[in-house]
Design a protein. Structure first.
Length: 266
């Protein structure tokens, strides 16, 4: 697609498909069986980590799975864990919009360093470590979310917590349309994150020959960005943010990953 339509830089997304770092970094995702439940009182959700959205590879385990709607936050405790994915039902008891979330998850620990360009890079993700650059300890933190609606979407589920890496929808995620811009704001601990990379993936067929990485977008000075899905289908927006860890954390730095699964309709 024309990268300008995604708000990114032409060619950047295509290069990332083949980049060693992109190939080695698993991304978290949630995928419901439907995005509009109509009159159903639940959706069935799969949760996994993958290098190829939305093909499950590594099971996602969490003690904080939950669904947020007009009736508040409901923990999800009945989860089936397989080797490649987790499966659970999220209750949708009344009409409105709901945010289904993995909750913030602490993950593996590793090492990272600052590249010559000043960007934090994880060891083992393909970037070459400059000579003499110090390695620091880092722990991954992941959060995967998806919005579903039963009938007309409402706004209660759009509220952010002001903690960690979050995506605040400006365009309602249940009202995203193909070939029309959808707007969001990226925050960390309630403050805008400028200059962050947002990778946008599409659910491509195995044999259709189309690349899954549709483009890369940078957030503006206020943490805002817009994406324009070229076609109807299922998409995933992925953001990574590496920064100092809070006081008392097990490592001095953390690598945050946030993903939002969404559907674009005609």
């Amino acid at each position: 697609m024309d990268a300008r339509r995604m708000g990114g830089v032409a060619g950047a997304g295509l290069l990332l498909v083949a980049a060693p770092g992109a190939a080695l970094a698993h991304m978290p995702y949630l995928l419901p069986n439907v995005f509009d439940t109509v009159e159903r009182d639940h959706v069935t959700v799969q949760a996994s980590f993958t290098e190829d959205p939305f093909i499950p590879e590594v099971v996602m385990k969490s003690d904080a799975f939950h669904v947020l709607g007009a009736n508040g936050r409901t923990p999800i405790t009945a989860v089936t864990y397989l080797r490649d994915l987790a499966v659970f039902e999220a209750p949708i008891p009344a009409k409105g919009a709901y945010r289904i979330s993995s909750g913030e998850r602490l993950g593996r620990k590793g090492k990272m360093f600052k590249s010559a360009a000043g960007q934090w890079e994880m060891t083992g993700e393909g970037a070459e470590r400059p000579a003499g650059v110090e390695l620091v300890d880092v722990q991954s933190v992941t959060l995967a979310e998806v919005y579903v609606s039963r009938g007309a979407p409402t706004n209660e589920a759009l509220t952010v917590t002001g903690k960690g890496l979050e995506l605040r929808p400006i365009t309602h995620p249940s009202a995203i349309f193909a070939d029309q811009p959808a707007r969001f704001e990226l925050t960390f601990d309630g403050k805008p994150v400028s200059g962050a990379d947002v990778e946008v993936y599409r659910s491509a067929g195995i044999y259709d020959g189309r690349k899954k990485l549709d483009g890369e977008i940078k957030t503006d000075a206020k943490g805002g960005f817009a994406l324009t899905p070229p076609d109807a289908g299922t998409y995933l927006a992925l953001i990574r943010h590496r920064t100092a860890a809070p006081v008392g954390a097990e490592t001095p730095y953390r690598s945050y990953s946030y993903s939002l699964t969404f559907e674009a309709t005609e």
